[in-house]
Ligand binder design. Structure first.
Ligand code: AGP
Length: 608
């Protein structure tokens, strides 16, 4: 996610802002910028690329100002470039804003502001905030920001500065974190604690709906009804490294726990008030969709496993044949694709060499290419015909977690959008599915509080060098992902097997007490799964089942159970994978492995 820093005090703001942004670089970004208020003039400097490029651009002529704001951008709307970098200014340049989050109704506001005579420079959603402040300002900066917040929908952590009011910064928070650092004769604002630690450990954590007026001598916090809020000072005990992980021991655990938010952000603005879907990034019309003869999903690793779930989803909802291929195979098998094929490439980084090559092959063969990626401005996002972003925020750990679940969300939305446009899926069915999707963030969150059973199983698992994941249908697709997670960070050899296939050979490897993880979430496959569980139990395996709450039958068959909330069977992969991610994480920790940077692996495989 983007990084925010703000300073108001007696020191020169520039070095404080740069140092603060440097502490936030770990979060990933594609551009950076700062604004300084030097006497009564706002100076904005910003640059695409790394922080060093911003510093090079500023050069030795550093403005003096003792009040300023800074931002590192992780692009969501508008490609990475100088103009789209923050801070953003209004028409006069007297108001500047930095912002984390997504303004869902920015197009409507932009059109209205243009009709009101405002002129825009960037493609971003954020710029509307600066023009709105200009529109509403009538002498009170805080009041102007209040009016703005009443107009906008979406998520924000924002800071506003103005040469019209050079003695305060106004900041506000909704769904995107903001922290205020308390100094003596100076105060700080940041999106994350690491940016503050060099200067203060006394902080005020803003809650959703709160707005703060920050001066050199005071911080006044109000709630969404303008009532003053008495904030308790949070003293930060963390050291700098653990602060980057926001108190989590590893980035992977932080990113596992970020999934409710990542799913919520990926859904944001994509389900309409009446429960239909709204994916404007896909501009295939009804005729083009009806001409499609098949879908091909191409990806690597975890993204490939997301594609396997997509196969079930697309075939069930659209009755279209779907092939799923690892990119390194697809590109050398002279695939039978053409103008009647929809090729979906999935890539968290958007830079995986094999996936890029597969995408280019699909384009050369005339197929429609849709990219699902987590990085704006990545190569796949620039070369595909259509791009749908997962809004998971930067994924730092090598083992992919929140990218996988948000890829699933986008695949569901894409299938529903194609079905809605082509009228292959009824509105009733779409609404039933989107209603259930809206509950997924809470469902995922509820699983994360059941870690005791998982830790107990993992203790048993961790002393083995072999284990098996079994499942049928969608559960088999998720079993593959669970197996990869465990292998890549705990180095335990794990195999994922179609449960019905065990008796055709692999059952020979089942010995007494070997841990087996059985995924049994699909009602119509329950009885078959019970038979397969009995097969391994008959060889004295130790079986942990991942089942749905209320499934009493499966419990009778196994040694341990972890229940996921009941949801539509089609959506269960988003939930089933959570315990598997946590099992892999705990196994890796108990075996003393490098969780975030496992041996031999890279976060993005940009070589073939
Ligand atoms: C997953 O945990 C691995 N890090 C790896 O399999 C990864 O999913 C694969 O390399 C694809 O990366 P991409 O999504 O960035 O293309």
């Amino acid at each position: 996610m983007c990084g925010i820093v703000g300073y108001i005090g007696a020191q020169k703001a520039y070095p404080i802002l740069i140092e603060g942004l440097r502490k936030l670089e770990y979060r990933g970004y594609d551009s950076a910028g700062i604004a300084l208020l030097d006497s009564d003039h706002v100076e904005v400097m910003k640059s695409v690329g790394r922080l060093q490029q911003l510093e090079d651009k500023v050069g030795e002529f550093v403005p003096n100002g003792t009040i300023g704001i800074g931002h590192t951008r992780w692009a969501t709307h508008g490609r990475p470039c100088d103009l789209n970098s923050h801070p953003h200014s209004d028409c006069t340049g007297q108001f500047v804003v930095i912002h984390n989050g997504i303004i869902e109704n920015y197009q409507v506001l932009r059109s209205w502001l243009i009709r009101e005579g405002h002129s825009f420079r960037s493609e971003t959603d954020t710029e509307v905030l600066a023009h709105l402040v200009e529109h509403f300002y009538s002498g009170d900066l805080k009041q102007a920001v209040r009016c703005v917040l009443e107009k906008v929908k979406g998520s924000y952590g924002l800071v506003v500065m103005s040469e019209k009011d050079p003695h305060r910064l106004i900041c506000a928070r909704k769904d995107s974190p903001l922290v205020i650092g308390l100094g003596v004769g100076e105060n700080f604002i940041a999106s994350d604690i690491p940016a503050l630690l060099k200067y203060t450990r006394n902080t005020l954590i803003l809650e959703d709906g709160e707005l703060a007026e920050v001066t050199r001598e005071s911080v006044v916090v109000e709630d969404c009804h303008c009532n003053p809020v008495e904030k308790i000072i949070f003293y930060v005990e963390w050291d700098a490294i653990s602060a980057e992980k926001e108190g989590y021991e590893h980035f992977m655990l932080k990113e596992i726990y970020e999934q409710p938010k990542a799913i919520r952000e990926t859904l944001r603005g994509r389900i309409t008030a009446d429960g239909l879907v709204n994916i404007p990034e896909i501009n295939l019309n009804q005729e083009q969709i009806k001409k499609l003869r098949k879908v091909v999903v191409v990806a690597c690793g975890t993204a490939y496993h997301a594609g396997l779930v997509g196969k079930y989803v697309f075939e069930k909802l659209l009755r279209l044949p779907v092939e799923v291929d690892v990119a390194s195979e697809f590109r050398y098998r002279d695939p039978l694709i053409g103008a009647d094929t929809l090729v979906i490439v999935i890539s968290q980084s958007g830079e995986t060499a094999d996936t890029l090559a597969a995408m280019r092959l699909a384009k050369a063969k005339g197929s429609h290419v849709v990219a699902i990626t987590n990085v704006v401005g990545s190569t796949v996002s620039r070369e595909a015909d259509h791009v749908i972003l997962t809004w998971a925020g930067p994924e730092i750990a090598v083992a992919s977690t929140k990218a996988y679940t948000t890829q699933l969300i986008v695949l569901y939305l894409l299938a529903l959008q194609l079905g809605q446009t082509s009228q292959l899926i009824s509105h009733e069915e779409i609404i039933t599915i989107t209603d259930a999707m809206k509950n997924l963030p809470a469902d995922v969150d509820s699983i994360m509080h059941k870690t005791e059973a998982l830790k107990e199983f993992t203790q048993r698992l961790s002393v083995w060098n072999d284990t098996f994941f079994i499942g049928r249908g969608l559960d088999y697709a998720v079993a593959l992902e669970g197996s990869l997670k465990l292998k890549e960070i705990s180095y335990i050899h794990a195999e994922a097997y179609p449960a019905g296939e065990l008796k055709h050979g692999t059952l020979a490897l089942i010995v007494a007490d070997i841990p087996v993880i059985a995924l049994a979430t699909q009602p119509e496959l329950h009885e078959k799964m019970w038979s397969n569980i009995k097969e391994v139990k008959a060889r004295d395996a130790y079986v942990l089942a991942i089942t749905t709450e209320g499934d009493e039958e499966t419990k009778k068959e196994v040694d341990a159970v972890l229940e996921i909330p009941a949801t539509l069977p089609l959506l269960t992969p988003v939930l089933t994978v959570i315990p598997l991610q946590l099992i892999a994480y705990y196994a890796s920790v108990s075996r003393g492995c490098d969780v975030d940077k496992p041996r031999n692996l890279a976060k993005s495989v940009t070589v073939e």
